[in-house]
Design a protein around this ligand. Structure first.
Ligand SMILES: Cc1cc2nc3c(=O)[nH]c(=O)nc-3n(C[C@H](O)[C@H](O)[C@H](O)COP(=O)(O)OP(=O)(O)OC[C@H]3O[C@@H](n4cnc5c(N)ncnc54)[C@H](O)[C@@H]3O)c2cc1C
Length: 386
């Protein structure tokens, strides 16, 4: 075992110990009430896991993306749900790579100490959907501030975050040569904005995800909160999206491993026709298939994380990692429910909850079709379809 592998093993073990304090009952209760996992997020914050991407000079642990993947995978593998706080890890990439020194000095130490939460990522809009460059939220320069108007949808954790990374159009689409130009990223301080042009409305969903709609009505944001250069925000967001896809891939691998362990245990223990159901190959084979798909996906997640961490291009690998892992976790979820027969539907087994939760990742943060289309066009050279 290399030192790096040894360190990652230690991180995994420590995360697993922390998660053991938050068993299925805890998540079931929150799920029923659609409540935010405040105590769980506090415990992760205090242990320093949510600051793993923040360099040590700003008070973080500086562990990097591979360690972040290990942390999130382990959370999901324990049966917990990291969706209440995972965004803090991947949103950070945009600020770290494109933010100014002043912004980093102002915000990163507070985030590392757990006093500031950077949990909200405002990209998706009701009319634009996946077509990000057609967003309609505008930011208009007015002296030393920008005035924001528009609406976002599916802005998860907005009610549990102090800061939001926001994408808005600073130059109209008709006035730019390429539609990817004229978009800008802002670090929005929601504590100052609430009630002064920012409104948040929760959306009740099939899973407990604290997601919301967000409305901007002449909201003034200081110009110093622009991240990087005006008009180049799409590129910054894409870079952050690669980190997001890799980390979501790691979460899916964790989910898949939870489903496989849960199904294996049940298949060994449940007796029907005077033998364990797992003795039937019809029950064994789907578990073996899910296991192989998961191990293959895990390799791609590792490869993508390695490239990202070494500053190399990783768009292809990040997309494939997210796709393969979300397909593997869904395959494992379906297999686990089937293995449990009717009991898979009972809340107390946690299978139905995890089944619903992992399904999200075939749609968000990017849906399956859009990854396939990216690979077809950008990797295989097939004609552009949209
Ligand atoms: C619970 C939840 C949490 C989320 N959290 C966030 C968040 O924190 N921040 C944020 O910004 N967004 C968030 N999202 C939004 C998420 O990223 C989008 O839902 C996702 O990108 C898909 O966009 P859409 O829902 O508008 O689907 P659409 O773009 O309307 O697509 C609908 C369907 O059509 C397919 N489709 C569309 N165009 C094509 C095409 N050209 N070729 C083939 N198929 C196509 C898609 O694959 C999809 O299956 C969240 C979503 C959910 C459900």
């Amino acid at each position: 075992m290399t030192t790096r592998e040894h360190d990652l093993r230690e991180i995994r073990d420590a995360v697993a110990r922390l998660c053991a304090g938050f068993p299925g009952e805890y998540w079931r209760e929150l799920d029923r009430a659609r409540s935010y996992p405040t105590e769980f997020v506090r415990a992760l914050t205090q242990a320093g896991y949510l600051s793993c991407m923040i360099p040590e000079e700003y008070g973080g642990t500086g562990l990097g993306l591979t360690a972040a993947c290990a942390i999130l995978e382990e959370i999901q593998k324990s049966g917990a749900n990291g969706a209440g706080c995972h965004a803090q890890i991947y949103i950070m990439g945009t600020l770290l790579r494109n933010g100014s020194d002043a912004q980093k000095r102002k915000y990163l130490p507070g985030i590392a100490r757990g006093e500031l939460r950077l949990q909200a990522f405002g990209v998706t809009e009701p009319t634009a959907g996946t077509d990000t460059t057609s967003i309609r939220t505008t930011a208009t320069r007015d002296g030393n501030r920008y005035i924001i108007n528009g609406q976002k949808v599916w802005t998860s954790r907005a009610e549990h975050s102090d800061l939001m990374l926001l994408l808005a159009r600073t130059t109209a689409r008709e006035e730019v040569k390429k539609k990817t130009e004229g978009l800008s990223v802002f670090l929005l301080d929601m504590r100052e904005a609430l009630g002064k042009g920012l409104t948040i409305r929760p959306i009740r969903t099939m899973i407990n995800h604290s997601t919301t709609e967000v409305f901007f009505d002449n909201l003034a944001v200081p110009a110093e909160n622009l991240v990087g250069d005006e008009g180049k925000g799409f590129r910054y967001i894409l870079d952050g999206m690669n980190a997001e896809r890799i980390l979501i891939g790691a979460e899916c691998v964790g989910d898949a491993r939870w489903f496989i362990a849960k199904a294996g245990a049940y298949a060994n223990e449940r007796r029907v026709f005077d033998r364990p159901i797992g003795q039937n190959q019809g029950v064994q084979f789907p578990i073996a298939r899910a296991y192989m798909a998961t191990e293959a996906a895990a390799l791609m997640v590792d490869r993508a994380a390695h490239l990202y961490e070494h500053g190399q291009p990783c768009g292809k690998e990040a997309n494939m990692a997210k796709q393969l892992a979300s397909e593997a976790s869904w395959q494992a979820a379906d297999m686990c429910l089937q293995t449990h027969g009717g009991y898979g539907f009972a809340e107390e087994y946690d299978v139905e909850r995890k089944f619903r939760e992992t399904r999200l990742y075939r749609i968000a943060p990017i849906s399956t079709n859009l990854v396939l289309s990216y690979i077809a066009e950008h990797v295989l050279g097939l004609p552009r379809s949209y």
